[in-house]
Design a protein around this ligand. Structure first.
Ligand SMILES: Cc1cc2nc3c(=O)[nH]c(=O)nc-3n(C[C@H](O)[C@H](O)[C@H](O)COP(=O)(O)O)c2cc1C
Length: 147
């Protein structure tokens, strides 16, 4: 899940930043991966818009094994705790935020409303997009249309 600011028309004048969390290793639908699904989407947005990337990393990281990882009571329909901890520290006053998620069935979950609560001062747009994690490699067109 991640965020970035700015609209297509204004990319040339405004600086955009993709803030995201993404986990490699064993994945729900695509086996072991060296790059997380959300990172694939974040890089599409960078390639299309020239935005900078800001990857949030946990202090301890998750287990490579999916079942062990699922033992952590985070993610389920909401943002990983790493995202929340980082976003709460930032001041979004005057910033426009657009939300995208990768998922395996929950879609956006409650992430857009969570972002509104956590990102202090942000103008969160209502056009969030959800991409299925197992199909990120064919999702560049969708992202191009969205941004
Ligand atoms: C601990 C954990 C919990 C998850 N919970 C959900 C969930 O509630 N709903 C859902 O649609 N997908 C869930 N997923 C699947 C991920 O959202 C999906 O694989 C996503 O693309 C992972 O992004 P990443 O590879 O960038 O980390 C979960 C994955 C993990 C590891």
């Amino acid at each position: 899940m991640s965020l970035f600011g700015g609209k297509k028309e204004s990319y040339k004048d405004k600086k955009s930043l993709v803030i995201y969390f993404s986990r490699a290793d064993e994945n729900y639908s695509v086996g072991y991966i060296t790059k997380g699904n959300t990172e694939v989407i974040a890089e599409y947005i960078r390639d299309i818009t020239g935005a900078d990337l800001f990857k949030i990393e946990g202090v301890e990281g998750y287990s490579a094994d999916y079942n062990t990882c699922i033992g952590a009571p985070v993610y389920w329909g909401i943002m990983p705790q790493e995202m929340i901890t980082q976003l709460e520290k930032l001041d979004f006053t005057g910033k426009t935020v657009r939300v995208f998620t990768t998922h395996e069935g929950s879609g956006l979950g409650s992430i857009p409303s969570q972002v509104k609560k956590v990102c202090k001062g942000a103008n969160v747009l209502e056009d969030s997009i959800a991409i299925r994690g197992g199909s990120v490699n064919s999702a560049k067109g969708k992202i191009e249309n969205w941004v």
